[in-house]
Design a protein around this ligand. Structure first.
Ligand code: SF4
Length: 104
């Protein structure tokens, strides 16, 4: 499991794995999505949001994300690559058979 420390950019935005989009990290996002999200792991000391999920990319742990748009694009590549590999099957099996948080 990788801890993604998503720091807000200058527009107050972060990449949200659950919604697979760049979102404004405001009270609505926090109350409607983050507080009930199994991936939620903290607020990065008020600077963003921490999300823990299995990440098939070769990334550091924790992964500090400064640019949510770049992170969004990187995650779309991950999704395409994963579809063409056995990791995709393993990923789905893991999701169905455990309570681990995954971001597909
Ligand atoms: S905690 Fe969940 S809902 Fe909130 S930004 Fe992370 S992935 Fe999205």
């Amino acid at each position: 499991m990788i801890r993604h420390i998503n720091l807000k950019n200058t527009n107050g935005e972060v990449y949200c794995c659950l919604r697979n989009k760049v979102v404004s990290l405001n009270e609505e996002q926090m109350s409607r999505f983050c507080r009930g999200c199994p991936m939620f792991a903290g607020t990065a000391e008020g600077k963003g949001v921490e999300c823990v999920w299995e990440d098939v990319r070769d990334v550091s742990n924790p992964l500090v994300v400064h640019d949510p748009v770049r992170e969004f694009i990187s995650n779309q590549h991950r999704k395409v690559a994963a579809r063409d590999s056995s990791a995709f099957l393993q990923h789905h099996v893991t999701k169905k058979t455990s309570s681990k948080a995954v971001c597909l």
